[in-house]
Design a protein around this ligand. Structure first.
Ligand code: NAD
Length: 295
């Protein structure tokens, strides 16, 4: 069993930490927010006074922070890379930009550590159930070392290639999701106006060429998929704010690589409009209401 430091134990990190404790690991936690720290203590972690203190004596340091600037602030400016013993394995599970992922990887290597970017798919429900998908960038030896730890928190752990490729996979995956959710919302809205109800279109398209996760598993119209947020007034789930963040990351990456992203850019604009109208905290599938002209 490993000695693990966990920094950033919010909505995702908290339940992920819980699964590491259940698997028998010794976990030291730190978060800036007192309620997150208390929840980590209740889940069985010991609390550290700061991020650098948590990292001291740890074999593995996991970060689950909001964005790239927080990861940089903790690992580099906050002195966590400097405080850790040489040879520590860092696993950053936050969703951040590829450039920052590669910069912190380089900073870790310079100090004699290993660092993997390992963003996740599966949301807070997947974090609680231990069924996340990890997409991991970094060298294979570090991946092999991380795999058994990540398996305590997820059902799929996939090596995506060198440093930054985990983040590349995450933003590309979520761009597909953002675009398809809008496409499905448009189709359901058009169908309704043509007199075709959501349940019937769902039954047909989920078995036809329109089949996709946004429709089959997460239908934005209430009814066809009982577990979807559309049946509980679009209570998140995965917030519209998070989807907007991921689409912005994809858009920035497209600009820096001269990639055409017309539908991704349109999806980013539509989510910016939806969030700007006061719906940031709603589930991202709630965008169907804006497409229907309701908000
Ligand atoms: P969150 O805001 O609930 O948790 C982040 C935590 O980091 C907070 O508790 C915050 O206090 C802490 N934090 C911020 N700066 C810190 C610092 N300097 N030192 C210590 N702690 C600090 O966010 P979340 O929903 O847990 O998301 C975390 C990451 O996971 C994000 O990058 C997000 O994009 C990604 N993600 C989230 C979901 C989801 O459904 N929530 C799904 C997939 C990926």
């Amino acid at each position: 069993m490993a000695r693990i430091a966990f920094i950033g134990v919010g909505n995702m990190g908290g339940p992920m930490l819980g699964n590491l404790v259940k698997a028998g690991h010794e976990v030291s936690a730190f978060d800036l927010a007192a309620p997150a720290r208390e929840a980590a203590r209740t889940a069985g972690a010991t609390l550290a006074d700061g991020a650098a203190q948590a990292a001291k004596g740890a074999e593995i340091v996991i970060t689950m922070l909001p964005a790239g600037q927080h990861v940089r602030a903790v690992l580099i400016e906050g002195g966590v890379l400097d405080a850790a013993a040489k040879g520590t394995l860092f696993i950053d599970c936050s969703t951040i930009d590829v450039d920052t992922a590669r910069a912190v990887h380089k900073a870790a290597l310079e100090r004699g550590h290993e660092l993997l970017d390992a963003p996740v798919s599966g949301g807070t429900a997947g974090a609680a159930a231990g069924t996340l998908t990890f997409m991991v960038g970094g060298n294979k030896a570090a991946f092999d070392r991380a795999e058994p730890i990540l398996k305590a928190m997820g059902k799929a752990v996939i090596h995506a290639g060198p440093s930054g490729n985990g983040q590349a996979a995450k933003i590309c995956n979520n761009m597909i999701l953002g675009i398809t959710m809008i496409g499905v919302s448009e189709a359901l809205t058009l169908a309704k106006r043509l007199g075709l109800d959501a349940a019937t279109l769902h039954a047909i398209s989920s078995k036809s060429s329109g089949s996709c996760w946004a429709l089959n598993e997460y239908c934005p119209a209430p009814g066809p998929v009982p577990k979807a947020p559309s049946n509980r007034d679009y209570q998140a789930g995965f917030t519209a704010q998070m989807m907007l963040k991921d689409l912005k990351l994809a858009l920035n990456a497209a600009q820096s690589t001269d990639s055409a992203m017309p539908l991704g850019a349109a999806a980013e604009s539509l989510y910016a409009l939806y969030c700007g109208a006061g719906h940031s905290a709603k589930d991202f599938s709630g965008i169907i209401q804006m497409i229907e002209g309701k908000g």
